[in-house]
Design a protein around this ligand. Structure first.
Ligand SMILES: [Zn+2]
Length: 283
């Protein structure tokens, strides 16, 4: 399994000279299986550059097939979708999963951003590619591109976001963005989703101090991420979904602080990576 980061920011894109190293695009991570199947986690603005790369492959000829797993439908997780060129090409096929009470409701949410008030594309039906849309229930397991996928809901402010565990043979990665845990941390069910993962990509929106001031927004601090990683005994923690106001140097400092927190919390053996656009991890 190969994991590539195309967008690592939270809430809103943050382009500019101060964010060049980690990147300013919002959430998008590509997972490629050993057999070459593609699973895309979230469709923030990072998916636009991923789409350009995909157009040089079979997707440019209308012969591509991929799965998109949405954590939830806040803008920073869907806003790249109308500008994701492979979806405009007739012949390509996408299966989209996300949290909702029904598949029809999820389709309605995605259709909402195509409304002519927001987009010249007018409707999802003008996208060209074939789209299949499925709602994912809490704890549901399904197969996507030959990979085993399980979804679990986390609280996220006034809504919920799905965390996904993706497994291929004995390898596993977990994507847990936008997690606003209560003081007690993740539920036992969510901890078991994270348990022993080779890679846990986890919401690290804030420093603990900034999170304390913005509790209602439903994001994690680096301390929350460390707590989840240690309790679930994962092998590597990947920091993700940084606040749009943090410059590269602030994220460097957050990385150092996260390493200290891991060492102090019984996570000395847990490897640490700060996600950046263009980074690829191989399992
Ligand atoms: Zn987000």
């Amino acid at each position: 399994m190969e994991i590539t980061f195309w967008g690592v920011r939270g809430s809103i894109p943050a382009p500019g000279p101060e964010t060049n190293r980690y990147g300013g695009n919002t959430s998008c991570v590509a997972v490629r299986s050993e057999r070459g199947e593609l699973v895309i986690l979230d469709a923030g603005t990072g998916i636009v550059n991923l789409g350009k790369k995909m157009m040089t492959q079979e997707f440019g000829q209308g012969r591509g097939e991929a799965t998109i797993l949405l954590s939830h439908a806040h803008w920073d997780h869907i806003q790249g979708f109308p500008f994701f060129v492979p979806v405009l090409i007739v012949g390509n096929r996408f299966t989209i999963y996300g949290p909702s009470r029904s598949s029809g409701m999820l389709e309605g949410i995605l259709e909402g951003q195509m409304n002519p008030h927001f987009s010249p594309l007018y409707t999802l039906k003008n996208m060209g590619a074939a789209l299949e849309i499925h709602a994912v229930g809490d704890g549901e397991t399904f197969e996507a591109g030959g990979l085993k996928v399980t979804g679990r809901l986390n609280p996220h402010g006034t809504t919920k976001a799905l965390a996904y565990r993706i497994e291929e043979k004995s390898r596993s990665m977990v994507y847990a963005s936008d997690c606003g845990y209560p003081a007690s941390g993740p539920t036992p069910e969510v901890l078991s989703l994270y348990r022993g993962a080779d890679v846990l990509v986890h919401d690290c929106t804030y420093t603990p101090e900034d999170r304390a001031e913005r509790l209602g927004r439903g994001f994690s601090s680096i301390a929350d991420a460390v707590g989840a990683a240690c309790r679930a005994q994962v092998k590597r923690l990947v920091m993700f979904h940084y606040d749009q106001d943090y410059a590269d140097e602030q994220i460097d400092a957050m990385g150092e602080r996260t390493r200290h927190l891991l060492d102090e919390s019984g996570g000395k053996n847990i490897k640490l990576t700060a996600a950046a656009e263009g980074l690829t991890l191989r399992l």
